[in-house]
Design a protein around this ligand. Structure first.
Ligand SMILES: NC(=O)c1ccc[n+]([C@@H]2O[C@H](COP(=O)([O-])OP(=O)(O)OC[C@H]3O[C@@H](n4cnc5c(N)ncnc54)[C@H](OP(=O)(O)O)[C@@H]3O)[C@@H](O)[C@H]2O)c1
Length: 110
């Protein structure tokens, strides 16, 4: 819990939410009142995250998706927008460490 972090009515998409930093961000933002849409490939880990957030009184949707697959990602974003209408915050956390500056990256690197 972070004092003074108030995210009631905010919709937050967290990629890489199934473990590590993304999972922790999802849990902290859910505790601050946000509706979480967690994205990752592992359905089992996403379900564990969803259960833990809901057991603590939060709101969480999960979406199994490989974010490197543009078609898969676009379809999941469609699902998210049909469930929540807007996305207020994107935590673009899934991925691997790339050495290029974001503005210089090709779509395939992103
Ligand atoms: N930890 C560090 O010290 C550190 C330092 C610098 C930068 N970072 C960056 O911070 C981010 C998170 O780090 P972390 O340590 O928490 O990593 P992590 O424990 O390996 O977790 C990575 C997360 O991303 C998901 N993921 C990976 N590839 C994916 C894909 N193609 N599609 C969808 N989800 C995918 C994984 O879930 P699934 O396997 O279920 O898909 C998992 O939830 C990474 O981008 C990493 O490069 C970390």
């Amino acid at each position: 819990m972070i004092p003074n972090l108030h995210l009631a009515d905010k919709v937050v998409v967290v990629t890489g939410a199934s473990r590590g930093i993304g999972r922790s961000i999802a849990q902290v933002f859910a505790a601050a009142g946000a509706t979480i849409h967690g994205i990752a490939r592992s359905v089992e880990n996403l379900e564990t995250l969803q259960r833990s957030i809901i057991e603590n009184g939060g709101n969480c949707f999960t979406h199994a998706c490989d974010v490197s697959d543009l078609e898969n990602l676009q379809s999941v974003m469609g699902e998210i927008l049909s469930e929540s209408k807007v996305v207020d915050i994107l935590i673009n956390n899934a991925g691997i460490y790339a050495t290029a500056a974001v503005r210089n990256m090709e779509l395939s690197q992103w």
